[in-house]
Design a protein. Sequence first.
Length: 215
Amino acid sequence: MKKTTAPERKLGEQLTGCGFRGVTASVLAFFALYFVRGLVAAEDTTSLARIRPAMQRFVDHGEIAGAVTVVGRKDVILSVEALGQMNIEKQAPMTKDAIFQIASMTKPITAIGIMQLQEEGKLAIDDPVEKYLPEFKGQMLIAEKKLDSLLLNKPSRPITLKDLLTHTSGLPSVYPAGLGDLYQKRDRTLAEGTLVISRRAGGRPRTITAPSEEK
């Protein structure tokens, strides 16, 4: 099997960020790479022209409702295609500026933004989260949990941005009763969601090491 080149891998990473119904991003990225293999210069329009009909077959077969494909090279966007429907019930056609739910793919995008802000001196990853989200002030740590009681302790230090980036904050991964479907429904504001998460004590003792104890 022929190995993918660096430009092809880069294209795959870009396409993986798109959301598609019924087809995983990895399969879709591989499929797109097949049609843009050998793409080196912006003048190579033949390979780009094959993307739309190829993706249209996914729509015609009912595997996806619609898609937006983007192929870029360095600082140049070579191709942007929108096909299929954005809303099947309303028969609304897909648009190039459609917003896709990309779930956890927002994490690396957010992390890159934070690192850029650190490079610009606008924040530090060791800053406490409460510096930017006051709702996180006064958080407590679960020391002991029983059926009819809960013992809370004050943590040795507040949660930092670095803790959030490395998934070591100790924050629970589930929402409290009545808000269990918040992630699916998204029927609350970001401010409300932040308040709910910040007011909950960690579901388990944090396994992070306090900065003063790091070696």
